[in-house]
Ligand binder design. Structure first.
Ligand SMILES: [Zn+2]
Length: 163
């Protein structure tokens, strides 16, 4: 059985999520996938942004429009968030190998935060945290706090086949 991160040579897909899929977009970003999401984006703009991305939508009409335009689109089924994610993970062979590399708020790629940056931020990581990352786009700081355990567990469950 191949490990999740043995996907060398395969381009990592990037996504656009429609307005209904904000929670899906957030989780794809947690997994490290480039995912555009604007809650107020109209269909025309969503389709425009999907030219080189996979469009994730739960709107069947939008899905059909996208297919007609030759856009790689995926109709996300209704149901629980975990089920939606699982279907996407399976369909696109996603892994959590790069999880924690993106800003969940704005999709920016995180960089190690400098001391100055941490000092000047309103957010204060606990003193014992060794690694802190910053989003260069919105300035948000990230570190692996206690909630990360829960996230890691959820990611692991997503990658496992549910038999
Ligand atoms: Zn950000």
């Amino acid at each position: 059985m191949p490990k999740a991160n043995e996907t060398r040579g395969v381009a990592r897909p990037s996504f656009v999520a429609d307005g209904m899929l904000g929670d899906v977009a957030r989780w794809l970003r947690i997994m490290g996938y480039d995912t555009l999401y604007f809650g107020d984006m109209d269909d025309g703009r969503i389709l425009e942004s999907s030219a080189e991305r996979v469009l994730l939508t739960s709107d069947e009409q939008l899905y059909r429009r996208a297919l007609k335009l030759g856009i790689d689109a995926f109709l996300v089924p209704g149901g629980a968030l975990s089920e939606k994610l699982r279907t996407i993970v399976r369909r696109y062979g996603l892994s959590s190998a790069s999880s924690g590399s993106r800003c969940t708020s704005c999709n920016g790629v995180l960089v190690p935060a400098s001391r100055e940056r941490i000092k000047s931020s309103k957010e204060a990581p606990p003193p014992l945290v060794e690694e802190v990352w910053a989003c260069p786009d919105c300035g948000k700081l990230y570190w692996k706090g206690s909630h990360w355990k829960g996230i890691g567990k959820a990611l692991q469950e997503l990658a496992e086949p549910s038999t």
